[in-house]
Design a protein around this ligand. Structure first.
Ligand code: SAH
Length: 370
């Protein structure tokens, strides 16, 4: 890591960031990301949280997460469900199981659902997702898909079938760093083009990166935040990179969980300070590094949590990284646990609310007025 500097005045920077979005330079953001002193970090996170409270109000939006399958055509060098990992038992939920998970989410008061899986590009898969979307439509949930890179036509078909939001992490905004963590056939440019296609198709668009990747600098992470602003993202999902031992990048990896966690939290805080009114998720990967990782994400400016509603039988098989939490906790237990955890920090789940990105609505208002 590089990019620290002592020429910055923390209080001045935070004042400026609080007063309006997009007010920080790339160098200033790199400096804020590098903060490690407890008192400085506390100030940074408190400032981000005050922007969260101003723009998103009190409370945390909740999405039930369904891990619909771990069959994947991609071979990302960091990911536990990569195609070449022969140790993974592959599964894919049938439509009834996904609908059951959606009903479970609804009965817990979650008005929003995320369907995530490994990456499959085929007509059969496209149709399967269309069928699932049709069947969960009567539940009136805000549906997010996270099903990887697809053609614009497929995105349009799923949008038509009822999905409103799509989450596709760019993983890093630096094409050179991207090339070191993906095989040659995975092209950064295609991922960036998919984000533009999602925008054209009318989705609320979410993206994000992994933090603490090997070779990633503070300057690169600051650039990631500028990238979010550049594509006018509505939602951000970011988390720490956590090595998985059965992957090329995770073998013999040197890993400092404390550093990865503090970097991921600083990323949430600086992203909130730069973009103000977007939705930011406190990723489950934060909880893999510290029991209270997600609450700390909320305290650093996040306003969304995505508890797992997948049947516990399948959770072990959807292991993107080591030490995945809540493998045995049924959705009702997750709900009770979350209520308790959020109450401890003076927050609560926003039940019965879809939790659209405030930024998305502002963007739409601007379009209508133009
Ligand atoms: N295939 C879909 C979604 C599944 S992967 C897609 O491409 O969007 C979801 C996210 O998990 C990825 O975007 C990546 O950022 C994250 N992930 C994968 N392996 C990880 C690891 N070892 N540590 C932390 N996050 C990881």
């Amino acid at each position: 890591m590089s990019g620290t500097g002592s020429t910055y005045n923390l209080d001045d920077l935070l004042d400026r960031a609080l007063s309006s979005p997009l007010a920080l330079s790339s160098g200033e953001m790199a400096y804020l990301l590098s903060l490690g002193d407890d008192a400085d970090v506390a100030k940074l996170h408190a400032a981000a949280r005050s922007v969260k409270l101003k723009c998103c109000g009190r409370g945390v939006s909740v999405r039930g997460l369904v891990e619909a399958g771990n069959i994947c055509a991609k071979d990302c060098l960091y990911c536990g469900i990569r195609k070449s990992n022969a140790e993974v038992e592959r599964y894919s939920l049938d439509a009834d199981s996904i609908v059951a998970a959606a009903q479970e989410a609804k009965s817990l008061g979650y008005a929003s659902l995320v369907i995530q899986s490994g990456e499959i590009e085929s007509e059969a898969h496209t149709q399967f997702i269309e069928t699932v979307l049709g069947r969960i439509k009567p539940l009136d949930l805000g549906v997010t898909l996270s099903l990887g890179e697809q053609t614009e036509e497929v995105y349009a078909r799923w949008r038509e079938a009822g999905a409103e939001r799509y989450l596709l992490r760019i993983e890093t905004s630096d094409p050179a760093l991207y090339a070191t963590i993906h095989p040659a056939e995975c092209r950064w440019e295609r991922r960036a083009e998919c984000l533009r296609a999602l925008r054209r198709t009318g989705y609320q668009v979410g993206t994000g990166v992994m933090c603490a990747l090997p070779g990633q600098t503070f300057a690169s992470l600051a650039h990631d935040i500028e990238f979010y602003g550049g594509i006018d993202a509505d939602m951000i999902g970011m988390g720490p990179y956590i090595p998985h031992p059965s992957t090329p990048l995770g073998q013999n990896a040197q890993f400092d969980p404390k550093r990865a966690l503090s970097l991921a939290l600083n990323m949430i805080a600086v992203t909130r300070l730069y973009l103000h009114d977007i939705n930011i998720a406190a990723a489950t990967a934060l909880q893999a590094l510290a029991d209270d990782g997600r609450e700390r994400g909320v305290m650093a400016g996040a306003n969304v949590i995505m508890p797992n509603v997948t049947d516990t039988r399948y959770r072990r098989a959807y292991k993107l990284y080591s030490n995945k939490p809540c493998l045995d906790e049924a959705a009702t237990m997750c709900r009770a646990c979350l209520d308790r955890r959020l109450a401890a920090i003076g927050e609560e789940l926003l039940l019965g609310q879809r939790g659209d990105s405030p930024h998305f609505h502002r963007r739409m208002d601007k379009c209508l007025k133009a």
